[in-house]
Design a protein around this ligand. Structure first.
Ligand code: RIB
Ligand code: CA
Length: 325
């Protein structure tokens, strides 16, 4: 805690944060959300991974989000172009060929930082104060897994890892049981799950309870700034797939729930459980198996978020987008 000399209030320490991401429509909303919150989040870097689209496009889109937020101070490091072991899959059908349906993309001026995301993660986490850095994972967990494999001691620098991924009560979105980020690289998720880091999952169980609606999109549109226009254009396209697939009146903004969790964890609830991921070929490939009732009495290795305040989420997102241009 630090003391605000003006008010004498005790402000919470900033969260030292690395965001690993595969932008991706909901990733970009999450990045704008985070980049608009410098009072709480000291974003050390964005690290990119192949996932929704190929690495060159996720890396460009991360730089676009940075530009739109006016935050070219944050470096972007490109990471893994493919999963640890499985054949790569992408989600261009959902996110579009450029990874950002609904808007016209361009090549942002500031380029990528030198060096790979994996090297950046290792160097940063090895030299960080003990358990001081939070890593938000918004895509396949390949970069962090590679860093852990190459240098397991990086756990010393990690405060917690907060993952958008997995599904238990909700069922999957890429197969009947698997969620995309886990399905895209289950071996990487297994490495992270077994690393012993403090781990929080925001799975489809919660993201599918935090859905857009016409009034929530109007709330964002009413800001009438560049950021809100971008977010509405992105979301209006992005939610179409889920609305049609599930027959629902709105769509999830998966990755942005990770940022809301970091900013206002009280919006969410969950339980510490044992989670394993199935990396065997077959119908349950990429499934997260969650021992919600502690049946197996296995070691609990993750906090599994299964519920959230939807309106509270959209109010917070809107309030932060209002701070951007
Ligand atoms: O299943 C949703 C997740 O997969 C989100 O992170 C989305 O961006 C895609 O990567
Ligand atoms: Ca993502």
């Amino acid at each position: 805690m630090s003391l605000n000399t003006a008010t004498g209030a005790r402000a919470a320490e900033k969260i030292e944060l690395i965001i690993d991401t595969d932008p991706g429509a909901d990733d970009v909303v999450a990045l704008l959300f985070a980049l608009a919150s410098p009072d709480e989040l000291n974003i050390r870097a964005l690290t990119t991974v192949a996932g929704n689209v190929r690495l060159d496009k996720t890396s460009r889109n991360a730089r676009l989000a940075r530009e739109w937020a006016g935050r070219e101070d944050v470096p972007v490091y490109a990471g893994a172009p493919k999963p640890l072991m499985r054949t790569p899959i992408y989600a261009e059908d959902i996110h579009g060929k450029e990874g950002l349906s609904g808007i016209t993309v361009h090549e942002p001026r500031p380029g990528l930082a030198d060096g790979s995301a994996v090297t950046y993660l290792i160097d940063t986490l090895m030299t960080a104060e003990p358990h001081s850095i939070t890593v938000a994972m918004l895509g396949p967990q390949t970069n962090l897994a590679l860093a852990l494999i190459q240098q397991p001691k990086i756990v010393q620098g990690i405060k917690q890892v907060v993952v958008m991924g997995g599904a238990h009560f909700n069922g999957g979105n890429i197969t009947p049981v698997a969620e995309f980020n886990l399905f895209a690289d289950p071996h990487a998720a297994e490495v992270v799950l077994k690393s012993g880091v403090r781990l929080t999952y925001l799975p489809l169980d919660v993201t599918h309870k935090i859905l857009t609606s016409e009034s929530r999109l109007r709330q964002i549109a009413a800001l009438d700034n560049t950021a809100s226009k971008l977010v509405c254009a992105i979301l209006n396209e992005y939610i179409k797939g889920d609305m049609e697939h599930y027959g629902i009146a709105g769509g999830p903004v998966h990755d942005a729930t990770v940022i809301a969790y970091l900013l206002k964890p009280g919006l969410f609830s969950g339980r510490t459980v044992n989670v394993v991921v199935d990396s065997r070929e077959g119908p349950t490939f990429g499934q997260t198996i969650v021992d919600w009732y502690d049946t197996l009495k296995a070691p609990k290795n993750a906090f599994w978020v299964e519920s959230g305040d939807a309106q509270g989420f959209f109010d917070l997102l809107t309030e932060r987008l209002a701070r951007l241009k």
